[in-house]
Design a protein around this ligand. Structure first.
Ligand SMILES: Nc1ncnc2c1ncn2[C@@H]1O[C@H](COP(=O)(O)OP(=O)(O)O)[C@@H](O)[C@H]1O
Ligand SMILES: [Mg+2]
Length: 278
């Protein structure tokens, strides 16, 4: 039996997998999501979402997918890790994602096939093709250049390929060096960590989503304040600390996570961090 069943929950509230059901819409996440949806619907081409590790980029991408439920006229394709060996491998992968089964011997063959397909889909069938690339900081210069070429492909009114790149901030340095790449982005957005209030709301939201229906909050206000200070509002870290806190709660047979429980946890966690750095 999981610790969460003892607390009367139906699901694990603080798992670190990118599950849209646990995605709390902070103001930053909501802005990113809404603006992405608009950019895609208007077929504006390139969108770049940046954020540190654990700010919720992968979860955001999955939530975005869920916001276009089986809707006619959109085909989404996702690349979870763009570490391809060569630009040919990258373009061939794109062909396969788009469902193109031909034999393409060169990058030019691939590009031609992709452009033909995008034209067919975008103009003849009024379909919007969206390519989501997660871990975008792994895109090499060659791949970025290929994306730039594909993004040039447009009608008078719209781009034929919608590209959403989700990446760690380090991508910024690289794309700044590529002429025109950043300028082409219709949407550039950096996801901010959560404020203290948002941290409290995210914890509450995830507990409720996991089936908690108690009247007393499981996390005391001053405990949340310490969690926010310690995690700086990074959702992944918040989820990890809360997970550990609930385990400790069950082990010590307490009813709510209070200040002293969190202080002990944070103290132990900090020791790990400092030992690792030393
Ligand atoms: N807005 C959010 N609401 C709730 N949990 C979140 C949110 N953003 C991120 N998380 C949680 O943080 C963890 C890491 O998120 P993830 O999307 O993998 O981050 P990234 O891709 O930026 O490294 C996951 O457990 C996810 O559920
Ligand atoms: Mg991620």
């Amino acid at each position: 039996m999981g610790y969460y069943t003892i607390l009367g929950l139906t699901r694990e509230p603080f798992s670190t997998s990118p599950d849209p059901a646990f995605f709390y819409r902070s103001s930053s996440h909501m802005q990113a999501l809404t603006r992405l949806e608009i950019a895609i619907r208007l077929r504006r081409g390139l969108s770049i979402i940046l954020g540190d590790v654990g700010t919720g980029k992968t979860t955001l991408a999955r939530t975005l997918l869920g916001n276009f439920p089986q809707e006619d006229g959109f085909s989404f394709h996702m690349i979870l890790d763009p570490s391809f060996e060569s630009e040919y491998q990258f373009l061939l992968h794109l062909c396969r994602l788009l469902g193109l089964r031909g034999t393409y011997k060169s990058t030019i063959d691939c590009r031609e096939a992709i452009e033909h397909d995008l034209f067919q889909g975008g103009v003849m069938e009024a379909r919007t093709t969206v390519l989501l690339i997660d871990e975008g900081q792994k895109l090499s210069g060659d791949m970025l250049e290929n994306l730039r070429v594909l993004l040039n492909f447009e009608t008078n009114d719209f781009k034929l390929l919608q590209v959403v790149i989700l990446a760690q901030i380090e991508l910024l340095g690289r794309i700044r060096r590529l002429r025109n790449f950043v300028d082409r982005a219709a949407l550039k957005y950096i996801i901010n960590p959560l404020s203290e209030q948002e941290t409290a709301d995210m914890i509450e939201f995830r507990l409720r989503s996991a089936g908690y229906d108690g009247a007393i909050p499981l996390f005391a206000d001053d405990a949340v304040r310490i969690i926010h200070q310690f995690t700086q509002g990074y959702p992944r870290k918040v989820a990890l600390v809360c997970h550990n806190a609930l385990e400790a709660l069950v082990m010590h047979d307490k009813t709510s996570v209070d200040r002293s429980l969190i202080e002990t946890l944070v103290h132990d966690e900090s020791r790990w961090v400092h030992e690792a750095v030393a």
